[in-house]
Design a protein around this ligand. Structure first.
Ligand code: PEP
Length: 250
C-alpha cells in the first residue's frame, strides 16, 4: 500500500514574509489530512521560514534543486544536500523540466544530484517527462526510458527504494493542459514496468510515482483514481493555500 505524496513546487515565487502568511492560512486547512504525505518546496531563501512555520505539523519541506556532492567547496551559487538537510528539509526536487530546459540539467547530473541527496538523507523527487513534440512524434516511452536509464537506473537497489518519481509531461506544466487520467496512467504504468525490469517487482510496487502538470482542485480526483498514480507535484495551484489544500483533500 503506497501512501500518496502531494508536493507543492513554488518555483521562483514568494518571500519569507509571504511564506509565513501562506502557512498561517494553509496549516488549519490540512490539519486533519492524514491520508497523504504533504510537502512544500519553496525557493531556497524561504526554507527557514517554511521549516519554522511547519514545525509540529505533518507538512515536510523540500528544496527545488541541490548540488551533486555534499562536501563544501568553492561552487558559487550552489547548495549541498547536507546543507538542505541541516536547514530542516526532508525532500528535494531533482531534474525538473525547467532545470533541464533552462539550466542545462542532464540525465547524468540528475543521477549525481539524486545520489548526493540520498547520501544526505533527503527524499529526492526525480522528475521525468516528454516534450510536446516528442509526444506528438509517438516518442513518449522512448524519452521516459532514456531518462529512467540515464537518471535513475544507475542507483543501487537500496537507493532506489528511497526515491519518488514525478511524471511531468512538459506540455502540461504551467499550460492549463492537464494530461487525461488515462494518458497519465499509461505513462505511470510504463515507468513502473521500467522500475520492475531493473529493480524487481517488489521495488516497483513500492515506488511512488507522482503526476505533475496543471493539477488543480477540479482535476485531482480523476487523476488520483488511477491505480498507478500515487500523488501529485503541483506548481501554480500550490501557491494559494485554499487551492493546494483542496487538492490535498481531494
Ligand atoms: C511543476 O512546477 O512541477 C508543475 C507541475 O507546475 P503546474 O502545476 O503549474 O503545471
Amino acid at each position: 500500500m503506497r501512501t500518496p505524496l502531494i508536493a507543492g513546487n513554488w518555483k521562483m515565487y514568494k518571500t519569507p514574509a509571504e511564506t509565513k502568511e501562506f502557512f498561517s492560512r494553509f496549516l488549519p486547512l490540512v490539519e486533519k489530512s492524514t491520508h497523504a504525505d504533504i510537502a512544500i518546496c519553496p525557493p531556497f531563501v524561504d526554507i527557514a521560514a517554511a521549516v519554522e512555520a511547519a514545525a509540529g505539523s505533518r507538512v515536510g519541506i523540500g528544496a527545488q534543486n541541490c548540488y551533486w556532492q555534499n562536501k563544501e567547496g568553492a561552487f558559487t551559487g550552489e547548495v549541498t544536500p547536507a546543507m538542505l538537510k541541516a536547514a530542516g528539509c526532508a525532500y528535494v526536487i531533482i531534474g525538473h523540466s525547467e532545470r533541464r530546459q533552462y539550466f542545462g540539467e542532464t540525465d547524468e547530473t540528475v543521477l549525481r544530484r539524486t545520489r548526493a541527496a540520498l547520501e544526505a538523507g533527503l527524499t529526492p523527487i526525480v522528475c521525468v517527462g516528454e516534450l510536446l513534440e516528442e509526444r506528438e512524434a509517438g516518442r513518449t516511452n522512448e524519452v521516459l526510458q532514456r531518462q529512467f536509464e540515464g537518471g535513475i537506473a544507475g542507483l543501487s537497489a537500496e537507493e532506489f527504494a528511497r526515491i519518488v518519481i514525478a511524471y511531468e509531461p512538459v506540455w502540461a506544466i504551467g499550460t492549463g493542459k492537464v494530461a487525461t487520467p488515462e494518458t497519465a496512467e499509461e505513462a505511470h504504468k510504463f515507468l513502473r514496468s521500467l522500475a520492475a525490469a531493473k529493480f524487481g517487482k517488489a521495488a516497483a510496487d513500492a515506488l511512488r510515482i507522482l503526476y505533475g502538470g496543471s493539477v488543480k482542485p477540479d482535476n485531482i480526483r480523476g487523476l488520483m483514481a488511477q491505480p498507478d498514480l500515487d500523488g501529485a507535484l503541483v506548481g501554480g495551484a500550490s501557491l494559494k493555500p485554499e487551492d493546494f489544500a483542496a487538492i490535498i483533500n481531494f
